[in-house]
Design a protein around this ligand. Structure first.
Ligand code: 2P0
Length: 347
């Protein structure tokens, strides 16, 4: 039987086989734009809620003699860009550990295909925790967050459960100083009892990757800098709203921050448009709910699917409403979930 440990893995002596689980997170204050692409340093701070659904489980075993890493994803060989990113991440871990051994990495991802949930967040958080343990790195939670960041920016936040803020850090000084300065940490949300209703309006693959879209936005959008500036104020307001457990304020701030991010993309040259007619239909239905007195607020990421923040007590009603607005699409209800953790055979 496997049992769960705390976020900080206790590295068994000579561990060469470790399994970790992590969940996706949805940003309420968005990460959009890098200041350093190699180090995955973001231009702005962001803040997210880790979900209790769609875990990724990753096992990393060190191979004895292999010349290459062996990677599977849901039982099939990983290929292309996904494989390249995992190998680059393992190279970073190997460099830190001073070990050259290749690995066998098996990933089981439960995010439904095209659900519009960044599986790279749960994926690299689980990989960071499992690979750190397998290669014998004894890292605290902040160090695991920094490491996960190097696989995918948003993964830095999935190391933590509940709400987490990811510090943009600094780009002045050495690369090491910059790297050390950017990590996530937990945020208290007193008395908030939230749910996130996820409306999958389109399960197709996106035409522009978020990495390319954020690069294009930073390089060409005249609205980018104003949004980045307003996002700072949004974060301060969000922290205050979270600490007093004020769901309507949390929702309003999240909604304006997300729609502002999409505005920066619409102003990019050429424009990046993730919002679809079906997204707008869901947005309208949420506005109507609000007019009926239900506190419900939207956020959207690099895709057309819509996430609706509401009180847990209202989640079923909200789900029913968005299901009616986007018939045929799947609707999921998520609550705050746990941080990344190591699983062990012996407890
Ligand atoms: C976020 N997104 O804060 C933002 C909002 C999408 C929209 O983080 O290039 O997969 O691997 O650092 O983390 C998606 O981007 O990008 C994302 P990389 P990532 O959740």
């Amino acid at each position: 039987m496997r049992s769960e440990q705390l976020v900080r893995p206790r590295v068994p002596d000579g561990a060469a086989d470790a399994t970790a689980v992590a969940h996706p997170n949805i940003a309420l204050i968005k990460y959009w734009g890098k200041s350093d692409e190699r180090l995955f340093l973001p231009r702005t701070d962001s803040l997210s809620m880790t979900l209790d659904i769609f875990p990724t489980t990753t096992r990393v075993r060190l191979a004895d003699e292999a010349e290459h890493d062996t990677l599977t994803f849901n039982g099939r060989p990983a290929t292309g860009e996904a494989a390249r990113r995992i190998v680059a991440f393992l190279d970073l871990v190997r460099e830190r550990a001073g070990l050259g051994r290749r690995a066998v990495v098996d990933t089981e991802n439960t995010v439904p295909t095209g659900a519009g949930l960044a599986s790279s967040a749960s994926g690299f958080a689980a990989l960071a925790v499992a690979a750190a343990a397998a290669y014998g790195l004894d890292l605290d939670a902040a160090a695991l967050s920094r490491l996960a960041r190097r696989g995918s920016g948003s993964a830095s936040r999935s190391v933590f459960g509940g709400f987490a803020v990811w510090h943009a850090g600094t780009t002045t000084g050495t690369a090491t100083q910059a790297d050390l300065s950017s990590y996530a940490e937990p945020v208290e949300a007193g008395g908030l009892d939230p749910a996130l209703v996820i409306a999958v309006v389109n399960a197709g693959p996106k035409e522009v990757s978020s990495r390319e879209a954020m690069r294009r936005t930073v390089d060409t959008s005249p609205l980018y800098e104003p949004w980045a500036l307003s996002s700072k104020a949004d974060l301060a307001d969000m922290r205050a709203a979270l600490s007093r457990g004020d769901l309507p304020a949390v929702g309003e701030i999240a909604e304006r921050n997300a729609l502002g991010m999409h505005a920066t993309m619409l102003a990019a040259r050429p424009a990046v448009r993730y919002i679809s007619p079906a997204s707008l239909t869901v947005l309208d239905s949420v506005l109507r709910l609000r007019q009926d007195g239900v506190p419900a607020y939207v956020t959207m990421d690099a895709g057309p699917n819509v996430k609706v923040l509401c009180r847990r007590a209202d989640a079923e009603r909200v789900a029913e409403t968005v299901r009616g607005a986007a018939p045929g699409g799947a609707v999921h209800i998520a609550k705050p979930g746990p941080g990344a953790r190591l699983l062990s055979e012996d407890g």
